[in-house]
Design a protein around this ligand. Structure first.
Ligand code: NAD
Length: 252
């Protein structure tokens, strides 16, 4: 029997990159999976796609309710993957207030909004798990990522606080901390660089493994934390970063 047979999962930002790979993996392992995304037009069967903007509370509440109904589990949700997020580059001087509010709204408040809407359904599950997509930026002190790092630092703190708040309800909360992952997002960053090949080589060299992380590798870590196989793990951050954290950010 597959690990996720009979379980129902919701993945935000599931139309692209890490979220898409996660939704596909959970479905391949037997889960019924709904994707919540700004643009779910590319989402295909057996995944169910729902349009929502995580910065809009009404849109989130309606989409979560529709997704839970669509999953057909009598109001039960077993897995929530809070993955939707956006990036920002620069030092603290480079982003204005509007950019700060926007990125924190998507990456942090968006996570709280979706979780708030999903918790009543997660409480009905015998195997409830929440996995948040954080980043090594939460703790690494990366240059040129002030706003993004602050948002992911908040995601790490939120993960720990939620884990404490809901542990006695049987809801586990963990996060993954990816390094640089080969997703459409990173592709867009590279396309915008003056020398995309050199920029890609620099990103690869920063990782001790000498290569970017794949979306499938992050999906595997999320699936582990979402599955009953990790039933005794909560309040943890799992690095999926080609050794950056474990090897103290030293390329080899
Ligand atoms: P991506 O751009 O390929 O996919 C992100 C998805 O989120 C898209 O489908 C997008 O439509 C959706 N989304 C964005 N804003 C939204 C909103 N307001 N409401 C609903 N959906 C929205 O990005 P990715 O690289 O797969 O990143 C996914 C997550 O992984 C993000 O939280 C990101 O911070 C995190 N992450 C990425 C990397 C990396 O190197 N790619 C590294 C560490 C962490």
């Amino acid at each position: 029997m597959s690990d996720f047979e009979g379980l129902r999962a919701l993945v935000t930002g599931g139309a692209s990159g890490i979220g898409r790979a996660t939704a596909e993996l959970l479905a391949a392992r037997g889960a019924r999976v709904a994707v919540l995304d700004l643009d779910p037009s590319s989402v295909e069967e057996p995944l169910l796609g729902y349009r929502a903007d995580v910065t809009d509370d009404t849109s989130v509440r309606e989409a979560v309710a529709a997704a839970v109904a669509g999953l057909g589990g009598h109001d039960v949700l077993d897995v929530l993957v809070n993955n939707a997020g956006i990036g920002a580059q620069g030092t603290v001087e480079d982003n204005d207030d509007e950019q700060w509010h926007r990125v924190l709204d998507v990456n942090v408040v968006g996570m709280a909004r979706v979780t708030r809407a999903a918790l009543p359904h997660l409480r009905q599950s015998a195997h409830a798990a929440i996995v948040n997509t954080c980043s090594i930026a939460a703790t690494a002190g990366l240059p040129q990522r002030a706003l993004y790092s602050a948002s992911k630092g908040a995601v790490l703190s939120l993960t720990l606080a939620m884990a404490a708040d809901h542990v006695r309800e049987g809801i586990r909360v963990n996060c993954v901390n990816p390094g640089t992952v080969d997703t459409p997002w990173v592709g867009r960053l590279l396309d915008a660089a003056a020398d995309p090949a050199a920029e890609r080589a620099a990103l690869e060299a920063r990782q001790p493994t000498g290569r970017l992380v794949s979306s499938a590798e992050v999906a595997g870590a999320i699936a582990y934390l979402a599955s009953p196989l990790s039933g005794a793990t909560t309040g943890m951050a799992l690095a999926v970063d080609g050794g950056m954290q474990g090897l103290r950010l030293r390329p080899v």
